[in-house]
Design a protein around this ligand. Structure first.
Ligand SMILES: Cc1cc2nc3c(=O)[nH]c(=O)nc-3n(C[C@H](O)[C@H](O)[C@H](O)COP(=O)(O)OP(=O)(O)OC[C@H]3O[C@@H](n4cnc5c(N)ncnc54)[C@H](O)[C@@H]3O)c2cc1C
Length: 841
């Protein structure tokens, strides 16, 4: 985009002000920031934010956004004073579970490159003398954490961007978004229209209202959160007014949903343990002209009864508070989303309208930079897919869903969450046509994107006793035992040796049709899609910089009709935008794309006996001679119309069988019936995840993201070397030398089952982290993927840290097993267990 385009930023909070600054730094010259409140104190969440910045997060993205924010706030200074008071952070544990969680958190810190120290109760007390030492089991100290001086930062950013020519209009609410032909043209205010080519909504918890003006549902819930200040405390007074009012580390006591900071001789106490208090931002009315500390729209009256438990617990943890009282408090409003992450990106329906919403101060500069980079056509070094607005499906945009999940996220904000923990509520929102049968088989359901997804089936428990010795599951620790059953071993075994059916319905699929569809696919995909109908291409879509945006399975059903399985939610808007652009230029090359996921369903029928099942009931020849790998065919299975794609996610032969939702249950029944004599079972995602790791299949979003090139992901073969003109092609030429590469780690001790995100050490130094992991049932050991420096080779030994313990792992081949895993399993076991055996094979 041209940097002379007209940009309007709605909102002058920490996000809007940072965005103006980031754009100025990139040479943008025509920026207007429109703010409904007075510029000196606009009255949004930033105006009262206590500004604690704890950088370490289970998400790499969020941690990196925080790291950049700290760096920027440190660099933002006036009169020798920066906007970040780097007092450090201390997270204390008062329960054994939290102590374990702090070890896990230190693992993330190693993984994402933040220096931390696990400290004893004595050291906690040294770092924080007011703590009741006997209450504390230990802590995590992060020296680079601290306090953002958010309101000051906003004023400095306004000052410096004004000097660079940015226009600020305060006391000016945006009341409408102007558009023409699905393109933004400006914003309306009581003072008149402001024309714009790009509008970025940085309106904080007013995002829903501004989104509605643009016809965009914004899945955000404003919630009030309590923050209180004590009266002066003699012990703090003796600390003699440290610079910026604080010198003790910021303190988190997550076992009781509490955090603390100093305000000179007072304590500030934040509390998440109270009931959720949702707010309708639209009901708050116009921001007054005279906003001050006590009178601002984001500040609601304190409800002392909600704070009582917090005050009692605070006095217990920090007895110096016994000499004080709560003197001031408020219920401050800010945004929560269904998964707790920010909402960033362009509206899929209105070109030029962007969101940067639900952003904490902690991540503010990082998010602003990512948006500025996107607008400026620069690559964001941080993978922003977790923040992408398009990550929610339609059902997740419903106000009821946002309301319930937003509140749940508030309640859980400091909870210890297992990576597989599903939402408690709402549940059973999206079930596949096989749901009734799955329940009959005792499916253990977990939830993802509002879909109920079987993890294993209790009905298969009867086979546990039949498991051959080398397939017997190992004992696990409590953490990796959560949402786990030995039944998964049975399901993996049966898939490798017999046949299993997997419900693949939730995988997103699109129908793409019209004479221009092939042009759009050729432009976006790395492989040549221009093949005869009946072919299936597993391919990548790249960004302009040659990094992976998504992987996709493109099945050419007819000359102008494709079924496209996509793994990134952003593929639908990407295809839609590209199709629109093409048809605007060449109307005859029109195409249309629609999401058919909910209206269809899919069963993965995989295993060496898959053919035996399907051949009994099919109208078509499913033998390899007539139905080779990566082909698509329409057929009838006992009268049910299916689209069959010959591909496998588990490394065993078989098909993905699609039909419409109305035929789904019958398809399940027909396969189930036909499979009985071959010992068919239903299998769940626990087995699927293990088998796909063994088979070398990468998951988008964890094993491959926009941080990775095809070479690094070992997916060069998906890039057609002879093909010209696809997005990212020119940039790919720069990636020939690969500094890191995905590797399969085989953990030496079979009982140490890792789950993902754990740090990886080589010769004592942290070098990477686990992207995903599982117990590899075929090889009898835990396995994992990790991007390792190119110098670390197959056969080398690394260490994975799990809850503070280092576990040795050997780099194995990728994939560990090729198709027909069971037949090769014995050989592979030998390979993995004893490298010297390899030499003889
Ligand atoms: C009590 C409390 C404690 C918190 N503590 C922390 C903490 O310790 N650490 C942390 O990282 N985060 C904390 N947060 C969260 C943090 O304050 C917010 O997430 C952050 O300030 C949001 O910044 P923003 O720029 O997106 O929104 P805001 O600061 O709310 O700015 C949005 C601006 O948009 C303007 N606006 C809205 N609609 C319109 C319109 N139609 N036209 C024109 N202007 C409009 C508003 O007036 C407002 O000024 C806390 C929040 C609360 C409530």
């Amino acid at each position: 985009m041209s940097t002379s385009q007209r940009v309007v930023i709605i909102g002058a909070g920490i996000v809007g002000a940072n965005l103006a600054d980031e754009l100025v730094q990139r040479g943008w010259t025509n920026i207007t920031v429109v703010e409904q409140g007075p510029l000196s104190m606009p009255g949004g969440s930033t105006s009262h934010a206590p500004g604690l910045v704890f950088q370490t997060n289970s998400s790499k993205t969020m941690t990196q956004l925080a790291q950049y924010t700290v760096k920027k706030l440190l660099s933002l200074s006036k009169d020798g004073q920066s906007c970040f008071n780097q007092v450090g952070g201390l997270e204390v544990a008062t329960t054994p579970e939290r102590m374990q969680e702090l070890k896990r958190k230190q693992g993330w810190a190693f993984s994402w490159g933040i220096e931390t120290r696990l400290v004893s109760p004595e050291e906690c007390a040294n770092l924080y003398p007011f703590l009741k030492k006997e209450k504390v089991l230990g802590g995590l100290h992060i020296a680079s954490d601290g306090l953002a001086l958010a309101a000051r930062a906003v004023q400095l950013l306004i000052e410096r961007t004004k000097q660079a020519g940015v226009k600020y209009l305060d006391l000016t609410p945006v009341t409408a978004i102007e558009k023409k032909n699905a393109k933004i043209t400006g914003v309306t205010t009581p003072k008149g229209s402001i024309p714009a080519d790009i509008v970025v909504c940085c309106a904080g918890f007013w995002g829903v209202e501004v989104g509605a003006m643009a016809g965009l549902p914004v899945p955000l819930l404003p919630l009030a959160h309590q923050y209180a200040k004590t009266a002066p405390i003699p012990a703090l007074k003796q600390r003699k007014n440290p610079p910026n009012g604080a010198s003790l580390p910021i303190l988190r006591h997550q076992d009781h949903d509490l955090y603390y900071r100093e305000h000179g001789d007072r304590y500030g106490i934040g509390y998440y343990g109270h009931r959720p208090m949702p707010v309708n931002a639209g009901s708050l009315g116009l921001t007054p002209k005279n906003v001050d500390e006590k009178n601002m729209p984001s500040r609601q009256d304190f409800t002392p009864q909600d704070f009582d438990p917090a005050w009692k617990e605070s006095q217990d943890l920090l007895p110096v508070m016994e000499e004080s009282v709560v003197e001031d408090g408020f219920n401050g409003i800010f945004s929560f989303t269904p998964d707790g992450g920010p909402l960033v990106g362009q509206s899929p329906t209105l070109e030029g309208f962007y969101l940067a919403e639900a952003v904490w101060v902690t991540h503010s500069a990082g998010v602003a930079r990512a948006v500025a980079q996107q607008l400026s056509g620069e690559r964001s070094e941080i993978d922003m897919s977790e923040c992408d607005l398009s990550r929610f499906d339609e059902v997740q945009l419903a106000p009821e869903y946002v309301n319930e999940t937003g509140q749940q996220n508030f309640v859980e904000v400091y909870d210890i969450i297992h990576p597989l923990d599903p939402k408690q509520s709402p549940r059973n929102l999206r079930v596949t046509p096989f749901y009734a049968r799955q329940k009959e088989l005792g499916a253990y359901f977990l939830e993802s994107r509002a879909w109920e997804r079987p993890h294993w089936y209790d009905a298969n428990e009867v086979f546990v006793q039949d498991l051959p010795a080398e397939w017997q599951p190992v004992d696990r620790d409590d953490w990796s035992n959560k949402h786990y059953s030995a039944i998964a071993a049975v399901e993996a075994w049966k898939t490798r040796t017999g046949v299993a059916m997997y419900d693949m319905t939730p995988l997103r699929r699109l129908e793409f049709s019209g004479p221009g569809a092939i042009d759009v696919l050729q432009r976006l995909c790395t492989s040549d899609i221009c093949k005869e109908p009946g072919t299936v291409t597993y391919t990548l879509m790249l960004d302009d910089f040659g990094y992976i945006r998504s992987d996709a399975i493109v099945a050419r059903l007819e000359t102008n009709l494709f079924q496209v399985g996509v793994f990134s939610p952003d593929s639908l808007p990407q295809l839609t935008i590209e199709a629109r652009k093409l048809s605007q230029r060449f109307p005859a090359r029109w195409s249309q794309v629609r999401d058919i996921t909910g209206g269809t369903c899919s069963i993965g029928l995989w295993g060496p006996l898959a053919w035996n099942v399907v051949s009994q009931i099919s109208s078509e020849d499913f033998t390899t001679a007539c139905f080779g790998h990566h082909r698509v065919k329409r057929a009838f299975l006992k009268g049910i119309p299916v689209t069959a794609i010959s591909l496998s996610h588990v490394g065993e032969p078989g098909w993905e069988l699609y039909t419409t939702a109305d035929n789904g249950q019958r398809l399940w029944d027909v396969l189930w019936q036909a499979g009985q004599e071959h010992g068919i079972i239903a299998a769940g995602r626990a087995a699927l995840n293990a088998l796909r790791l063994e088979a070398g299949n990468l998951d988008w979003g964890t094993d491959m993201t926009s941080e990775h090139t095809p070479s690094q992901a070992g997916l060069d073969h998906l890039v057609d070397q002879g093909k010209q003109g696809f997005v990212g092609q020119a940039a790919l030429l720069k990636h020939f030398s690969t500094s890191k590469r995905i590797r399969t780690l085989v953990v030496d001790d079979p009982r140490s089952v890792i789950l993902g995100k754990e740090p990886v050490f080589y010769q004592g130094r942290p070098v990477s982290y686990v992207t995903s992991a599982a117990f590899g049932y075929t090889v009898g050991k835990p396995i994992a993927y990790s991007y390792l420096p190119a110098g670390i080779q197959e056969g080398d030994v690394v260490e994975v840290e799990y809850f503070g313990k280092r576990i040795a792992a050997t780099i194995g081949p990728t994939p560990l097993l090729r198709q027909g895993g069971q037949r090769r399993a014995a050989k592979q076991r030998a390979l993995v267990a004893a490298p010297e055996v390899r030499a003889r094979l």
